[in-house]
Design a protein around this ligand. Structure first.
Ligand SMILES: *Cc1c(COP(=O)(O)O)cnc(C)c1O
Length: 394
């Protein structure tokens, strides 16, 4: 039941957005500890351990900084710490979040070039390579890619983007937003040669909103020394200096850090590879349900399917927002809305975070009943198709 609801609804609310995701009780209990002195000795010990521990989810040996901010803050941090006014950056139009990041880059005084996309697939490594090859003077300082485009359910293949940059022999930094991909889908900061990884707390990390992250390569640290965009709150310098002894340059979100500590333990106990396989399996079961219903998946390239969410297109003349409203009203479940040009055209099923088979079946049942109540043409039995897949793939 929502905190502010006046009418009591029995049973658990299904929060099936692609972020914020469901927060497990163990994480909530960890957050529910007394706030401690963030300048005291215990906190320093706790944080030093936490900053070491967190590296495994990014697959990095380098530093990870934590901001008391939503993912948008960590986007800004990635740009202002590495770039200078007027720098050209290549960004890839994968969907709404890529569009917002580009707008931010413009507002900060960068010169983004948007490689066009149709919001139905991930970034095109060949287009990136071609653009970089044409940049003989190395005016382009960074390539920015959204790993998991949460508005469309399409992923970009970061290893292939890295290979494209290398093939062009170009020195641009690689900045990657995996705000909704981290801890749900395979991600390798070091191996893929990412310079700044941007992440957030409220998606695969199973935390409430409020924390965000930059994982930083040695090359990005070097760029930080000469980058001239104005920066203060987001500056890595004071942050890394304070972090070295277990502290922060300003008050951190103490209780969310307790939650993060618990969430990292849970991910380590399950094993990251198992976490990824679980997400893959739930995504496949979801797609089978959608196909059975006869509806179209927004991501048009199966190589780019997201394991975090599935965006589903509604037939012409039907409102995705009306469908979501009925499902919320009748079945106490929240689904993701369509963003930007997809507003009212798609709904998004989040299948990420702390999520099991029966929760998925409940989610899909809510969607299937909603389709019937909203009068959306479909073939009943999608839930059954998902069940067949799940039981055949234990
Ligand atoms: C959620 C999300 C964001 C925005 O993060 P906020 O926490 O809302 O600031 C950016 N990019 C992607 C890919 C996201 O999923």
């Amino acid at each position: 039941m929502a905190y502010f609801e006046s009418r009591r609804v029995a049973g658990r609310h299904f929060l099936q957005l692609p972020g914020p995701s469901n927060v497990p009780d163990r994480v909530l209990r960890a957050i529910d500890n007394p706030t401690m002195d963030h300048r005291g000795p215990d906190f320093g010990t706790f944080t030093r351990r936490l900053l070491e521990k967190i590296r495994f989810v990014f697959k990095t040996q380098g530093p990870v900084v934590i901001y008391p901010a939503s993912g948008t803050g960590a986007w800004e941090a990635a740009l202002v710490n590495t770039l200078s006014p007027g720098d050209r950056v290549v960004m890839c139009e994968t969907g709404w979040f890529a569009t917002l990041w580009r707008e931010m880059a413009e507002r900060l005084g960068l010169r983004p070039e948007f490689l066009p996309g149709d919001w139905r697939r991930g970034a095109d490594p060949a287009a990136i390579e071609e653009r970089l090859r044409a940049d003989r003077g190395h005016e382009i300082k960074a390539v920015c890619v959204v790993h998991n485009e949460t508005s469309t359910g399409a992923t970009s293949r970061i290893a292939e983007v890295r290979a494209a940059i290398d093939a062009a022999g170009h020195p641009a930094l690689l900045l990657v937003d995996t705000i909704s991909g981290l801890a749900s889908m395979d991600y390798r900061h070091d191996e893929w040669g990412v310079d700044v990884t941007v992440a957030g707390s409220q998606k695969g990390l199973m935390l409430p909103p409020g924390l965000s992250f930059n994982a930083i390569s040695a090359k990005a640290l070097k760029a930080h020394e000469t980058a001239r965009l104005p920066r203060s709150f987001w500056d890595w310098g004071p942050m890394l200096k304070a972090n070295a002894t277990g502290y922060f340059p300003y008050t951190p979100a103490t209780n969310l850090l307790y939650g993060l500590d618990a969430a990292l333990d849970m991910l380590a106990e399950e094993g990251l590879e198992n976490v990824f396989a679980r997400h893959d399996r739930h995504a496949e079961a979801t797609r089978r349900a959608v196909r059975h219903w006869g509806l179209e998946i927004q991501c048009a390239d199966p190589r780019h399917y997201s394991s975090v969410l599935t965006a589903v297109r509604l037939p012409e003349g039907h409102s995705a927002d009306a469908l979501r409203a009925i499902i919320l009203e009748k079945f106490n479940m929240s689904l993701g809305n369509g963003l930007g040009q997809l507003k009212d055209r798609v709904f998004r099923i989040g299948h990420l975070g702390d999520f099991g088979d029966l929760q998925l079946i409940g989610t899909l049942a809510g969607v299937e009943m909603g389709l019937a109540l909203a009068g959306v043409p479909h073939r009943p039995g999608g839930v059954q198709a998902a069940m067949e897949f799940l039981k055949g793939n234990r």
